[in-house]
Design a protein around this ligand. Structure first.
Ligand code: NAD
Length: 272
């Protein structure tokens, strides 16, 4: 008996947030190459890449995400939570889009995600500092209402900062924590954690994190910046049957940058 190709997406039904540009737009192309699943896109802007349906959605607004969940009927194989914004936006918007909307959509659509399905989140290496304050992140991600969360953020300004790195810490810790709940339904949950990527968001990071820091990170990661397709291919892997025993993983896609940091092999002189 022939088995389906482990990376095959044909006959699958996929939901992607943030596919107008950058990583999400590249993911539309990669999925088309991997069999052309039915793809439902949630974004502020209508995507141009291959898709089956577009639901205009603001991932930072509870009512908008709820309306999108209502509009999606029937079974889903893979949910890609990819939409995100930089800290050029107010901290509450960053937390709402990057964290709260992602959780709301994941939990709202979980009942429709089929056995052997998957959730793949786009986090960031910027969210890799959670081991230094795991209890606070766990406390934060247990908060249900946006108002309470924003109050908590106001009380933890030193930790939350401009919201970007902290929102991605929430995504990384939630990826590990929720992987246990989704596994009950035989649904895997993982995240991809990219280094800087050459997308329309990069100039925003150059502003909020400084161009010097971004260029230094790229330099220490071997001198070439990740392409949207590099990250899209990893997301496609995490959502595919090929990753059927991969669960609760935050996968750094950074050309080794995090490994070099951990093993003391980065040169900080360029940051001085
Ligand atoms: N570019 C980088 O250097 C980098 C590095 C690490 C992680 N990331 C993450 O990668 C993901 C994709 O970002 P990108 O770099 O492709 O940027 P991008 O700006 O090209 O793509 C973001 C997508 O999200 C959509 N979007 C923005 N706000 C939205 C909202 N409120 N509701 C619905 N959709 C919204 C945009 O229209 C766009 O399609 C984000 O989660 C980002 O945080 C980016």
């Amino acid at each position: 008996m022939s088995q389906a190709h482990p990376f095959d997406y044909s006959n699958k039904r996929v939901v992607i947030t943030g596919a107008f540009s950058g990583v999400g737009a590249a993911l539309l192309d990669v999925l088309a190459e991997l069999g052309g699943p039915e793809v439902i896109v949630l974004d502020l802007k209508r995507p141009e890449g291959p898709n089956s349906a577009f639901i205009e959605t603001n991932m930072g607004r509870v009512a908008s995400v709820a309306a999108a969940i209502d509009a999606i009927d029937g079974p889903i194989d893979v949910l890609f939570n990819n939409a995100g914004i930089a800290a050029t936006h107010p901290v509450e918007d960053v937390m709402a889009v990057n964290w709260l909307g992602l959780r709301q959509l994941s939990e709202g659509l979980l009942p429709q995600i089929k056995q052997d399905g998957a959730i793949a989140n786009t986090a960031s290496i910027a969210g890799g500092q959670w081991p230094g304050h795991l209890q606070e992140v766990l406390e934060c991600i247990s908060i249900e209402s946006p108002e309470e969360l924003f109050g908590w953020c106001g009380d933890h300004k030193d930790l939350v900062g401009d919201g970007y790195a902290f929102s991605k810490e929430c995504v990384q810790v939630y990826t590990m924590k929720s992987a246990k709940d989704t596994l009950v339904k035989k649904v895997r949950t993982n995240s991809v954690c990219p280094a800087p990527i050459d997308t329309p968001l990069l100039p925003d990071f150059n502003k909020t994190m400084t161009e010097k820091t971004i260029n230094w990170t790229i330099d220490q990661a071997g001198g070439t910046i990740a392409t949207p397709r590099d990250i899209a291919m990893t997301l496609a892997f995490l959502g595919a049957d090929a990753a059927r025993y991969v669960n609760g993983v935050n996968l750094n896609v950074d050309n080794g940058f995090s490994a070099f940091m951990t093993t003391g092999q980065v040169d900080f002189s360029g940051l001085a």
